[in-house]
Design a binder for this molecule. Structure first.
Ligand code: FES
Length: 122
């Protein structure tokens, strides 16, 4: 079974779905390979420009919940994750709603990625 990653722009309503073979790299890499215009700058989890909201498809397994220290720090700075959500992710495998596309590695889960289209491309 191939997991499906769906990209949905919150600004242009553009919607595209891609089946991935599992070992896909980051969500940002998948987006770039398919010309999906998620904004990015540093690609290191430091600038926060690649912020996405991740919606998990009901009834499918959830993975890729682990956050790197960098991602946690940046999401906290952006006000997009609480200490409680971090604890939930680490202890209870409950996925937080916001992620950084350059840090989130998609594996076998099926997700809908909500992103804000690059302003220059909208
Ligand atoms: Fe900078 Fe992802 S591109 S945090």
């Amino acid at each position: 079974i191939m997991p499906i990653i769906t990209f949905r722009s919150t600004t242009t309503k553009d919607k595209r779905a891609y089946a991935t073979a599992g070992d896909t790299g980051t969500i940002l890499a998948v987006a770039r390979a398919n010309d999906v215009k998620i904004p990015f700058e540093c690609q290191e989890g430091e600038c926060g420009s690649c912020l996405i909201r991740v919606e998990y498809v009901e009834g499918k397994p959830r993975m890729a919940i682990a956050l790197t220290e960098r991602e946690k720090t940046k999401l906290k700075e952006l006000g997009k994750i609480t200490e409680e959500q971090i604890a939930d992710a680490e202890v209870n495998d409950i996925a937080p709603p916001y992620r950084l596309a350059c840090q989130f590695i998609a594996r076998e889960e099926e997700v809908i990625i909500h992103y804000e289209h690059c302003p220059a491309e909208a």
